[in-house]
Ligand binder design. Structure first.
Ligand code: ATP
Ligand code: MG
Length: 348
């Protein structure tokens, strides 16, 4: 296939950087890949170059107005949306595809609706309950509400910010056994994150990630990955993807935490996971690629935890590893996302 003109749009900490500045930085980070992994947007840009595309690296520091003139002049065939936040706020990430849509650009990944609904951990569960997917019971506490009485869901509960991601606010202390601890953690979430809190029934089980690529009835569920915990170094309620468990290498080592391809799963459970992933992907209007967080109990029950409409797709992390396992190298995986988006626009 002929190379395309592809703009990568992303949030950046660098004030006033031009596409050339980012291209220079990308080259530098890619050259240093073995010592330190490049930013996701640079990994994507590099993969697109390797696949023979022309690439424009358009970074948003504060305002999408910074990149609109660049796009208008450069006229991309497609925009890869790599924006994980807007003005430093993850919950405003939907604004980037919203504006791309308003400006008439073709772009990769989920539409604003899917980003909004999946970000709200209460709303997404309500939608999936309609489709008979098993979701933990939950209660929400708005900023003006504190815990006054016992909730109508069973302890233990896990308390999370309603619309954060990357395990922000998730710690061992998030799992609470009684009303007092619940009240305390809800207040903590309110104060620390300035957003509502959700308290969900704690599902004890294996921590699985289903990465999905495709659209409509052509969905490919990539090989499942799993976060495993050393049972000798953790109690069951400590086996969760906290911020440390996810991002802190020395901590992971101490506690025997690893991300790997899923260990043995029964045929029935695997079929249920795949069906859950397909149904959830469609019900939440996800597009091109996404990652679903799932828990599998000892009894073989499959529980939906969360959908990530704009997942982390850097090399060596769950989604990209699953793609590699499925036979795509990293460059081919990024190309696949481009192909899925283009095919979707061609069909429309
Ligand atoms: N109801 C639950 N029962 C058991 N564990 C849970 C539950 N909800 C969350 N967890 C644990 O906490 C982790 C983080 O929760 P969740 O995925 O909702 O947050 P997040 O910050 O949006 O994560 P991500 O990094 O995937 O964006 C989960 O991966 C899981 O280990
Ligand atoms: Mg998650």
């Amino acid at each position: 296939m002929r190379g395309m003109r592809i703009a990568v749009v992303f949030d950046t900490p660098y004030e006033g950087w031009t596409p050339e500045d980012h291209a220079a930085r990308m080259a530098k980070e890619v050259a240093n890949w073995k010592r330190d992994e490049p930013e996701m947007e640079y990994q994507i840009g590099h993969a697109l170059l390797k696949r023979g595309h022309e690439v424009l690296l358009a970074g948003i520091r504060r305002d999408i107005g910074e990149v609109l003139p660049l796009l208008a002049e450069w006229k991309p065939d497609l925009v890869v949306n790599g924006a994980e936040s807007y003005r430093g706020l993850a919950e405003l990430d939907y604004l980037v595809p919203a504006v791309l849509e308003a400006e008439g650009y073709r772009y990769t990944g989920s539409p604003p609706l899917a980003l909004l609904v999946t970000r709200n951990k209460a709303m997404s569960k309500k939608v999936l309950a309609y489709h008979d997917i098993r979701v933990p019971g939950f209660v929400t506490y708005r900023l003006t509400e504190s815990v006054r009485s016992a909730p109508e869901v069973a302890f233990p509960l896990i308390v999370k910010p309603l619309q954060a991601d990357a395990s922000a606010g998730i710690a061992i202390a998030s799992v609470v056994q009684d009303r007092e601890a619940l009240a305390e953690r809800v207040d903590f979430v309110h104060e620390r994150f300035n957003q509502p809190a959700i308290a969900e029934e704690f599902i004890e089980g294996r921590e699985l990630y289903a990465s999905v690529v495709g659209n409509d009835d052509r969905l490919e569920i990539l090989p499942l990955t799993e976060m495993v915990f050393d049972p000798e170094k953790t109690k069951p309620e400590e086996r969760i993807a906290t911020q440390y468990a996810k991002w802190d290498e020395p901590y992971r080592e101490r506690r025997g935490i690893r991300n790997q391809f899923a260990r043995r799963i029964s045929k029935a459970a695997r079929a249920m996971i795949e069906e859950t992933a397909r149904t959830a992907y469609r019900a939440l209007w996800l597009r091109d690629y996404a990652r679903l967080d799932i828990r599998l109990t000892a009894k073989g029950e499959v529980w939906f935890i969360e959908a990530n409409a704009n997942p982390f797709i850097s090399y060596g992390h769950d989604v990209a590893s699953a793609a590699v396992k499925a036979g795509m190298n990293y460059y081919a995986f990024i190309q696949r996302i481009v192909d899925e988006a283009m095919a979707r626009y061609e069909r429309a």
